[in-house]
Design a protein around this ligand. Structure first.
Ligand SMILES: [Zn+2]
Length: 161
């Protein structure tokens, strides 16, 4: 039997299907690994409801563990507490930026809950704050399309949840 820690290590190889530079642990999707008798119980929290990526992630987990010789896998979905973009690690946010996607701001800022903190999105290319939204929807429903008014480059913003 492999330890829970080892399983985490193995699963850290699985990227987000839509954003290959960050893995499911950095994204905060993988919640827990538990071994009961001879079954590995993997708990994940779906990101956006109905996001087609979740099915891909489930299959990836099963396949990855199968390759390690682990057949008995049960995947449990936990919806509470609901996933939020605040769970994405700072490291992963930096990776997103380098990948050309503006990482999510803290959800309280995005939702306008924190009064007096204007939502300022920095261009991931040139760091300019002179940006504007072009569309609510970018390359996927989870992202919005922005444009930098300085370097003129369009970029995706990973919307907060
Ligand atoms: Zn720019």
């Amino acid at each position: 039997m492999l330890t829970e820690k080892k399983i985490f290590e193995i699963l850290s190889d699985i990227p987000d299907p839509e954003i290959p530079v960050i893995n499911i642990i950095e994204l905060g999707i993988l919640r827990n690994v538990k071994i009961e008798n001879d079954t590995y119980i993997i708990t994940i929290t779906p990101t956006y409801t109905g996001c087609p990526a979740m099915k891909v992630i489930e299959d990836d987990i099963k396949l990855k563990l199968k390759k390690t010789g682990i057949e008995k896998v049960k995947i449990e979905l936990v919806y509470s507490p609901a996933w939020t973009t605040d769970w994405i690690t700072e490291e992963a946010k930096e990776k997103l930026r380098k990948y050309g996607i503006a990482p999510p701001l803290h959800s309280t800022i995005d939702k306008g809950i924190l009064i007096g903190k204007p939502k300022v999105l920095k261009c991931p290319q040139c760091n300019s704050q002179n940006t504007e939204m072009i569309s609510q929807f970018g390359s996927t429903a989870c992202k919005a399309l922005y444009k930098c008014l300085d370097c003129k480059e369009p970029f995706d913003y990973f919307k907060c949840l």
